[in-house]
Design a protein around this ligand. Sequence first.
Ligand code: AHR
Length: 541
Amino acid sequence: MRRADVETEPERGRGQRIRPPSVPLKRYSRADTSRKAMMPSARLTIDPHFSIGPIRRKLFGGFVEHLGRHVYDGIYEPGHETADAEGFRTDVIDLVRELGVDTIRYPGGNFVSGFRWEDSVGPVAQRPRRLDLAWHSTETNEVGLHEFASWLDKVGSDLMMAVNLGTRGTLEAIDLLEYSNIAGGTALSERRIANGRIEPFNVRMWCLGNEMDGPWQLGHRSADDYGKIASQAAKGMRQLDPDVQLVVCGSSSAHMPTFGEWERVVLTHTYDDVDLISCHAYYEERGGDIGSFLASAVDMDGFIESVVATADHVKAVRGSSKQIDISFDEWNVWYLERYHGVDKIEGIDNWPIAPRLLEDVYSVVDAVVFGNLMISLLKHADRVASASLAQLVNVIAPIMTEPGGPAWRQTTFFPFSITSRLARGEALRVKLDAPTYETEAYGEVSLVDAVATHDAEAGRSAVFLVNRSTTEPVTLTIDVAALGEVAVVESHTISDDDVYAKNTLDDRERVSPKPNDTARIAGGELTITLPPVSWTAIALA
Ligand code: AHR
């Protein structure tokens, strides 16, 4: 559709195209009633019969990398007034619990491709300091596998471990598995016991390296080379523990030049050896193009569907009955352009411990895009078996801390915590009839995005929504008749007159979700107004 076509549209009703969103929402007044007559409308139908699939709790996973102030001065700060006996900040533990994170991927990320796991176990005083080539930092190894497992117990999450297939190989992967999962009676399991942990860590999910398609990765390889090594490592690991769930590296973005072919070649080598293939995706507003940024989930939808198609192609070629699902084990909003411009530590003899790296401060629009990415994950709950928000504390994170100071929630905290709490049971395919708008990056896209969930046992449902317009509220009518007699028990909307408003050290509660008091149910229909640039969750019971 040409831009001119869009601009000559006379009305902005349901099913019609409207002008592309324009930026200056800051000064838009909600009291401007003259806009009401033009308010676009949309219609949604929810029916519990149209299940996409069960929502696996692993969809709400996280990621902790030894990077910047994530571990040191993030989750671990022994001198902090809230620190427990092990040096972990209990204010951070409380926030991670509130966030509702399931499995947590560890210890990287790019970090893992230079990591020697043996450095991170045994008496802390004897652990070596290492240069971390990925982030040009000094790693003290003060927090290692045992300490991290203990922190996971405190936050109530499980460990998803990544092995180093960049600069190491099958043997080291098997050694770490033996150390972690064998009860006792072998050299490495006894070493774990001697190091103070009698029960095995019993790690179920393992990533076979990290972003091996990326030229920035230590030990980066071609798809063919990586596929062979990943297959060998996977076979070896399964010989030791047949029940581990293995994730092979997919592409580090759908925009990598090798995307698609990488998945095909890697899965051709590893199809019988692994359970999941990874996807990684980060989104940012580029060059002031907020319209495209708000439509980032369209890219995520396409990414997931392309990887599913490629995996199923390999399945067909092999005549296999096995299905490979996706571990979307890095996703977020990340201002990568800023990182390339400012944060990089140059030089060879000044690598700091826990520098401030990748400390993005998120706005309302970031939270809306973030919430939309969660909608995309739920819409693909049949094939996305697991996902990890990258990352958790200080580093492109929903939780920020100040050394010796407070911990607080970024704007992105709220769509995660609310979705994790309300999205239960089955994800539902919805019928959405909404206006569209034109984007530079993705062409014509829907102004509204939505997914629903239904927990038959608990008798509860939820709907998650975004309005991508920067100028217009949308009146949404939701047909909920198929759910029976229901009432709105919770509603939360994130929006603001200033879409770039943020929570900062000096103003930690500037942005938070508010109840959406426009929601009304009558005659099997729920109507609600979605403000411009907004994310909304509604719980029904
Ligand atoms: O999450 C930050 C980095 O992004 C990770 O270390 C890497 O895997 C990805 O490129």
